[in-house]
Design a protein around this ligand. Structure first.
Ligand code: FES
Length: 220
């Protein structure tokens, strides 16, 4: 069993909202104190908790293969979970699993099956696509549907279509799973940018944009 599933998604969501309202809890890598504009940010981003950033490579997240580079041949129409792996300031490799919200879902579909609103230009040849694996409703890790019709969240039955930009096709999630821009470099899957849309646990584009800037400054 992997360890990235939330213990209690409702509590997690509540915590996040509490932080946004000025109470003391903290969620993931985000300093909401900072993200909401208070002076003197109170967090320092460590490389293991940074979100996926340009240049990261994708590695397996399953316990039996954790840290191994993901090859194209490892991927299929079944979900493969991945972590982004980057480097610290000394050049040491760091798997960014310090924030469970960094867990990713990868798929490889036959050509022509992935369609808009998927951002096709940041897939690999329209065949390999990467998303956040964290449900936008309350932060559970999403899995393949038992019925073979896309992805299903085990917490409140949210459903997503990974061939169509992980748009919501059922249940309570408020928005699609965020797509992660990737490319193939040699035989490695490489991240080319931040998530293309606001991932969980962010609640506003303003927070997300501000967080990305902080990440760029702190990892520079
Ligand atoms: S956490 Fe509620 S549907 Fe996924």
């Amino acid at each position: 069993m992997t360890r990235y599933k939330k213990q209690d998604p409702e509590i997690t969501r509540r915590k996040f909202i509490n932080v946004a309202m000025g109470t003391t809890a903290a969620v993931g890598t985000v300093s909401l104190v900072s993200a909401l504009g208070t002076a003197n940010p109170v967090f320092r981003l460590t490389p293991d908790k940074a979100p996926p950033v340009k240049g990261d490579v994708l590695v397996h997240a399953s316990e039996s293969k954790e840290g191994e580079l993901i090859k194209v041949s490892d991927l299929s129409e079944q979900l493969v979970r991945a972590w982004p792996m980057g480097k610290d300031k000394d050049g040491n490799k760091v798997i960014r699993k310090g924030d469970p919200n960094n867990i990713l879902a990868l798929y490889r579909f036959p050509k022509g099956q992935i369609v808009e609103p998927t951002k096709l230009d940041v897939t690999v040849d329209g065949e390999i696509v990467a998303y956040s694996d964290i449900c936008t409703h309350a932060g559970c890790s999403v899995a393949d549907s038992d019925q073979g019709d896309g992805m299903k969240c085990p917490c409140h039955s949210g459903q997503y279509d990974p061939k169509r930009g992980c748009k919501v096709i059922g249940g309570p999630p408020p928005r699609p799973l965020a797509q992660l821009p990737i490319k193939l470099e040699g035989d490695q899957l490489v991240v080319t940018d931040f998530f293309a849309s606001m991932p969980y646990p962010f609640l506003s584009e303003t927070e997300w944009e501000k967080f990305k800037k902080e990440v760029e400054e702190q990892l520079a």
